[in-house]
Design a protein around this ligand. Structure first.
Ligand SMILES: C[S@@+](CC[C@H](N)C(=O)[O-])C[C@H]1O[C@@H](n2cnc3c(N)ncnc32)[C@H](O)[C@@H]1O
Length: 365
């Protein structure tokens, strides 16, 4: 096992027992509500949650500070990092790297303990610290439970003055608690106009777009129906029928076989029956141009994550909730959710943004 060493790194068991005793000693009783928003430092909040929610959370999305060495403000109602009139601090993102890694390490250990056996973590980070986080996550989750490093195109091209390539992406590390059991709805993406025209070039008399494919596939079968002639048509040399030819009779009676002028049959595949395409690991989801809170993330991206990796009855957690974008998306998709943030500015924005029902708990030290 490859491990990352950094100062302040407590042994994993010590972090867990520190968290359990923090939770035990806390007087806070969580409400029996469907959804709740907690204003708290999140190691404490996660420790309290551990009492009731150990292995009960199906999905965690977190977007912690990326250790950008900046302070973030909300000024004149607009979220920004650099502001002439620094009215209201949102959060500070300045830690020595080793402290930052210890901060992530401790919270990720508790998140792992909260995840159910079918659960997943989506960890949003940038490439300055993301590669350290990958090694930390491998240690906590096991490298076999790493699923994807999603490259997320976050903005339009930037005209940097520094002597480096423009930076348009950040990363989302996707881990399962157990990679054989994680919830996966296999959501597909629709084809675009070009892909539809290329993949389905023909149009039938009813205006349905389609293409045709051979009825046979490479390889010889020595016995059985897939090697016998169909309607006196022999299987081409070196090939076999894709299915029992009895099935071809059914497809033909439904108008799903196209016959060429020379009597060559091919299977029709219709665009309106196409399930869509597999979603790949490069995503373009640009963040709002006028965010309600600094670093507010794209809602369509959050909805995709939640719809893909949770069920209606799942509990969703974001313990770096910021604007509450992920909580709003979970709410809209009918998931139970728990949100945590320590910042007054964040809590104010979340309360403004959230219209669904929830209970609020404040654990300010
Ligand atoms: C990058 S922002 C999250 C933005 C959010 N994903 C959105 O779409 O709006 C990080 C958030 O983590 C919060 N935060 C940082 N450290 C925290 C801690 N130890 N406990 C609770 N919240 C924390 C900050 O207040 C900030 O709101």
């Amino acid at each position: 096992m490859i491990r990352l060493n950094f100062s302040d790194k407590l042994p994993l068991e010590e972090v867990l027992s520190k968290s359990k005793s923090l939770g035990r000693n806390s007087k806070i009783i969580l409400p029996e509500a469907e959804n709740f928003l907690i204003q708290s430092e999140n190691f404490l909040a996660l420790s309290i949650l551990l009492k009731d929610f150990q292995e009960k959370i199906d999905l965690v999305y977190i977007d912690p500070p990326f250790n950008t060495q900046q302070d973030f403000f909300i000024s004149g109602g607009r979220a920004n990092s650099i502001s002439a009139v620094k009215e209201s601090p949102a959060y500070s993102d300045k830690m020595p790297l080793e402290k930052f890694l210890a901060f992530l390490w401790e919270r990720l250990i508790i998140i792992h303990a909260l995840l159910s056996e079918r659960g997943s973590l989506y960890f949003h980070i940038d490439s300055k610290t993301g590669h350290y986080a990958k090694i930390i996550l491998d240690e906590i989750f096991g490298p076999e439970n790493f699923k994807n490093d999603i490259a997320r195109i976050k903005s339009n091209p930037k005209n940097f003055f520094r002597s480096a390539w423009g930076n348009q992406k950040d990363m989302i590390l996707f881990y399962a608690k157990d990679s054989r059991k994680n919830i996966w709805k296999d959501i597909k993406a629709p084809l675009n106009e070009d892909e539809i025209a290329k993949k389905f070039p023909k149009v039938d008399s009813e205006g349905r777009r389609y293409t045709t494919v051979p009825l046979h596939a490479p390889g010889v079968t020595r016995s059985g129906a897939t090697s016998r002639p169909w309607r006196n048509i022999p299987v081409p040399a070196g090939r076999h029928w894709r299915t029992d030819p009895a099935e071809f009779d059914r497809l033909d009676s439904e108008g799903k076989i196209e016959w060429s002028s020379t009597g060559n049959p091919r299977r029709k595949k219709f665009f309106d029956e196409h399930p869509g395409k597999k979603i790949q690991d490069v995503w373009t989801f640009k963040d709002p141009l006028f965010p309600t809170y600094p670093t507010e993330k794209n809602h369509d991206m959050l909805k995709l994550i939640i719809a893909q990796s949770s069920l209606k009855e799942s509990i969703f957690l974001d313990c770096f909730a910021g604007s509450g974008a992920s909580l709003i998306c979970a709410d809209e998709l009918g998931r139970r959710w728990i949100g945590v943030d320590q910042s007054d500015a964040a809590i104010e924005v979340i309360k403004k943004n959230l219209s669904g029902k929830y209970s609020f708990v404040s654990i300010k030290s």
